[in-house]
Design a protein around this ligand. Structure first.
Ligand SMILES: *Cc1c(COP(=O)(O)O)cnc(C)c1O
Length: 380
């Protein structure tokens, strides 16, 4: 990497090696039983869907999953050939594309099944579907009371084959509410029995997200759907009390100092003049703002790392720029690397740390890294 900068130096460095490490580490922890589905929705939680999908595929992952058909099509266009589950189903008009691109939909309404069955009949093919049961999330999914009726009606659709039944946990990360998770598992198992009684024989029954797969062994069944832990984001979505696989952060977010200026005491900095210098100050400006994923609520409270030292954000984070008070770091200069997320010497800032400061979860931090921030991969 050359030091001469010919473009805005704000970049997300993505370690696909760490992604692969997390996959194998998680797989070892979970055991050989269940197949593993890598969830690469939302641009792989901000890490870059195509690159992450390709690497996971090369590492031998069994399935990939996205949220919407458009994300699935992006992967197919990039040559990703794995089994691909579309967790959010599809909208009316997209069913033909689902079939043509071999994208397996999650179905949670009978109307979706009818649309798909009609399209499959026209193409004279049989199409695999996975059905989602709402065992306690209260979001999408067939309610347990409607499962028997749904299962019978689905059985009459000769061009559909029920390949999987799934559900999603609401609080698998919170062991003080394990009773609720156990109840979701029981409700799900009863629903699976109802599908079987109606003549279905699903190959997959899957419940577990990352915290389920790690902390609730009884939820592993024969397929687990892993998102967060593949990206090394365990710190805030896995229960602290439970053993967990070793994980490494996959994303590093960095930029470089664009400018440094001296201001006398009493100068105001940034929008709203929320920071007034109390002493003659050395002020650095970095080319990263809230559009790039540095949350605006970190104004005047956030920190970044320069030369292994924590440096405070001064004033408001704006859309494209952020101001730092580097008065206590006299030896820093223009073009020095500034770490927003990652390690620098003995110090490190994790996505989980930013999440605590901004009252969210690490997923929202990495998902929030803006589209104009290039993702630089260590391989591929
Ligand atoms: C996003 C998602 C997952 C992955 O959850 P993680 O906590 O990131 O492992 C699994 N299943 C469904 C249905 C999802 O929407």
């Amino acid at each position: 990497m050359s030091d001469s900068v010919s473009q805005r130096p704000t970049r997300a460095l993505i370690s696909l090696d760490n992604l692969a490490f997390n996959f194998h580490s998680s797989k070892r922890f979970i055991g050989e039983g269940p197949e593993v589905m890598g969830v690469v929705k939302a641009n792989a939680y901000g890490h870059g869907a195509v690159a992450c999908a390709r690497r996971l595929e090369a590492e031998g992952i069994d399935w990939l999953a996205v949220a919407i058909p458009e994300e699935a099509i992006e992967l197919r266009d990039a040559g990703v050939g794995s089994r691909l589950l579309c967790l959010g189903g599809f909208w009316s008009g997209q069913e033909a594309q689902m079939i043509e691109r071999h994208i397996t939909p999650v179905i949670f309404k009978i109307e979706m099944a009818e649309l798909l069955n009609r399209s499959a009949r026209e193409k004279n093919v049989q199409v695999a579907v996975h059905v989602k049961v709402d065992s306690g999330m209260g979001r999408v999914g067939i309610l347990p009371s409607a499962v028997s009726d749904f299962a019978q009606r689905l059985k009459s659709m000769s061009h559909l084959k029920l390949e999987g039944i799934m559900t999603h946990f609401a609080v698998a990360d919170d062991l003080s509410q394990t009773e609720f998770t156990e109840n979701q598992i029981a409700v799900f198992n009863e629903s699976v029995e109802r599908f079987r009684s109606a003549g279905h024989s699903p190959k997959y029954t899957d419940l577990a997200n990352s915290p389920g797969a790690v902390a609730h062994p009884s939820s592993r069944s024969n397929l687990v759907r892993l998102g967060g832990i593949l990206y090394g984001l365990g710190g805030d979505v896995l229960p602290k009390e439970a053993p967990a696989p070793e994980l490494k952060p996959v994303m590093r977010l960095e930029t470089r100092i664009a400018d440094i200026k001296e201001f006398p005491a009493g100068s105001s900095l940034g929008y709203g003049r929320t920071f007034i210098t109390e002493r003659p100050s050395r002020i650095a400006t970095i080319p990263i703002g809230y559009h790039d994923g540095l949350p605006r609520v970190l104004s005047n409270i956030g920190q970044v790392l320069i030369k292994g030292t924590r440096v405070p954000i001064a004033g408001r984070v704006s859309m494209d720029w952020t101001i730092l008070d580097v008065t206590d770091l006299p030896d820093c200069s223009i073009n020095d690397v500034v770490t927003i997320i990652g390690r620098d010497g003995a110090e490190a800032i994790l996505a989980e740390d930013l999440a605590i400061q901004t009252d969210t979860i690490s997923y929202e931090i990495t998902c929030g890294v803006g589209q104009r921030v290039p993702r630089i991969y260590d391989q591929g």
